[in-house]
Design a protein around this ligand. Structure first.
Ligand code: AMP
Length: 428
């Protein structure tokens, strides 16, 4: 017998776990409504070039982690599963000419992302992100709106101690000179660089600042800082972003070595961490401004900013903080019957209740009434309806499984009684 398993680095989210995820999705969708971010959906795979250009060829995400789909023939187009959401959304913005809508275009969605990475705690090959983007506004106020929205998600999810690490990584006017200076700095310490960092020095020197290698900590701390090298426009922008965040009361810590792994970021870069949990695989989310991305993907020069929050890590953090997940929903009513063979009546009865808006299940097996009632209790139903001979007189027995009481109820009153019972239960 083959024994099949979910692919390495992926997980089944079983019914007992899903309510925690659905709760987060509901918080995200309610925030999106209140903040005015419309829903968008893009394909789970794209032309590989969308990611190569949009994320950057010299990033881990594209170099090592891209889930490439094997082409079916020589000339077939090359596809890859999306490792993040922004590139696909910006591709859609360009393809559908969304620059003709009122700007910025505020959009959001929640869905799975794929990275071919070594699986470990908090790092999976399929994981879920809530992505929020505002395309077409150069900021700085929108930067603060976006950062505050991300922070607010954690507060509403039950993680009030999440703080924002913030940096500006400059733009085309000031970053090139800084990168040259940074490259010279690290090159002068070449002999102290671990092998991997040495190879990165040639392709993407900013990434050395992202290194979590303990050998690198002292070198990074003494490295030239981009915040000290910003051009006037970037400096003014950064100061204004901070002033807006201050005014909103968002807890921010400046982090000069925060550069984010992606090539397309300009100016504002940020990450979310829980107080005391700032190690690798512990970033709960991150984002930044990407003023060059729309053009890179074939559009007119257009500014943009967004974030991606990793839901897997939020679920883990909530469990660590012992924040109770909602329980799976129980049926209000479980329909049972004295005649084990009469599944027609039980199913029809449950169907009528369902059509009337009541959460009902029926016992569809052919077991004895006592067994059916046991099943009703196991499924956590509040009431059991018992169909018997009295049905001819228009009556059923309604058993309150929580109060352990039972009485006959005319069919015409049943829905009302169940709803009343449910309500008084909900309000204690
Ligand atoms: P990134 O754009 O890579 O910073 O990703 C944004 C957020 O997505 C991170 O802060 C994580 O919470 C989450 N994330 C990224 N990669 C993974 C992964 N392989 N497994 C689980 N969560 C991830």
């Amino acid at each position: 017998m083959p024994s099949f398993r979910a692919p390495r680095g992926t997980r089944d989210l079983l019914p007992a776990e899903r309510p925690a995820w659905e709760r987060l999705a509901a918080i995200a969708s309610d925030l999106a409504r209140r903040y005015g971010y419309a829903s968008i959906e893009t394909p789970i795979f794209e032309q590989t070039a969308v990611f190569e250009r949009g994320v950057g060829e010299a990033t881990d995400i594209v170099e090592k982690e891209l889930f490439r789909i094997q082409p079916r023939s020589e000339e077939a187009e090359s596809w890859a599963l999306r490792p993040e959401g922004t590139a696909g959304i910006v591709r859609a913005y360009v393809q559908h000419g969304l620059h003709t809508l009122p700007q910025p275009v505020r959009v959001q969605y929640l869905g799975p992302m794929f990275r071919y990475d070594r699986p470990q705690a908090g790092r999976y090959r399929q994981f879920w992100q809530w992505d929020v983007e505002a395309i077409g506004d150069p900021g700085p106020a929108i930067d603060a709106e976006i950062v505050e929205l991300g922070h607010r998600f954690y507060v509403e999810a039950g993680l009030p101690n999440v703080k924002v690490l913030l940096n500006s990584i400059g733009d085309g006017a000031c970053r090139p000179a800084y990168v040259t200076e940074l490259t010279a700095y690290f090159a002068s310490h070449r002999e102290r660089l671990p092998e991997l960092e040495r190879s990165r020095l040639a392709t993407n020197p900013l990434r050395l600042l992202d290194s979590k290698d303990p050998e690198m900590a002292a070198l990074i701390a003494a490295a030239p800082r981009i915040v000290d090298r910003l051009c006037d426009a970037c400096r003014t922008h950064f100061d204004a972003v901070r002033a807006h965040l201050d005014a909103l009361g968002v807890p921010v810590r400046l982090e000069p070595s925060l550069v984010r792994g992606l090539d397309y970021y300009t100016r504002t870069a940020f990450e979310f961490y829980r107080e005391g949990a700032e190690g690798q695989q512990q970033a709960l989310g991150g984002g930044g401004r990407y003023d060059g991305l729309v053009q890179l993907l074939g559009g007119k020069p257009t500014p943009g900013i967004g974030f991606a929050l990793g839901l897997d890590r939020v679920v883990l953090a909530l469990a660590e903080e012992r924040i109770a997940a909602p329980a799976p929903a129980h049926p209000a009513v479980f329909v049972t019957g004295a005649d084990p063979a009469d599944t027609v009546s039980r199913l029809r009865f449950a169907t009528d209740l369902r059509h009337g808006g009541i959460c009902a299940r029926a016992d569809l097996g052919q077991r004895r009434l006592s067994r059916q009632l046991e099943q009703a209790a196991r499924e956590g139903a509040h009431f059991a309806v018992i169909l018997g001979d009295e049905l001819r007189e228009g009556l059923v027995q309604l058993r309150d499984l929580r109060a352990a009481s039972q009485h006959p109820v005319p069919l015409a009153d049943l829905a009302r009684e169940i709803e009343r019972g449910e309500q008084s239960h909900r309000h204690g």
